[in-house]
Design a protein around this ligand. Structure first.
Ligand SMILES: [Cu+2]
Length: 150
């Protein structure tokens, strides 16, 4: 028969193992969301971009990494960035679905979003999640296997 103390130890060690997602590597990105001019098929337009790029920057990471992205909203509209296909353990409020998991980042404000790539591998994408901003505010997330498995 398991004593009460052993039961408590087993119970809490199980919780620690369950939550024990230890990031392998921490990566930091800075996304500045702002309007910039782009020429496409002889037409120049102003559109919302990240770091002035269309499509936006690609995030390269490995499974198990913690990715931190500082979002600085230099545009004139609310914005959130959604990490499409990432399970978001530990940081569900960084999921980027505005008015569902977080408030939108208002013009002139910033917000730090974090994601742990717990078991994702391959190519996913990130995109804005407010109104039509996702048309031009998007980019790839390339997730490699852990270094020891390559
Ligand atoms: Cu999505």
């Amino acid at each position: 028969m398991i004593s009460a103390m052993k039961f408590i130890l087993l119970f809490f060690s199980g919780i620690v193992l369950h939550l024990g997602i230890t990031p392998v590597q921490a990566l930091l990105h800075r996304f500045e969301v702002r309007s910039s001019s782009h020429t496409w098929l002889c037409t120049t337009k102003s559109m919302l971009t990240v770091n002035g790029r269309f499509p936006g920057p690609t995030i390269y990471a490995r499974r198990g990494d913690l990715v931190t992205v500082d979002i600085i909203n230099l545009s004139d509209q609310n914005i959130t960035i959604h990490w499409h296909g990432v399970k978001m353990p530990r940081y569900p409020w960084s999921d980027g679905t505005n008015y569902v998991t977080q408030c939108p980042i208002q013009p002139g404000k910033n917000f730090t979003q974090r994601m742990i790539l717990s078991d994702e591998e391959g190519t996913l994408w990130w995109h804005a999640h407010s109104d039509w901003s996702r048309n031009s505010v998007h980019g790839a997330i390339v997730i490699l296997p852990p270094a020891r498995e390559t």
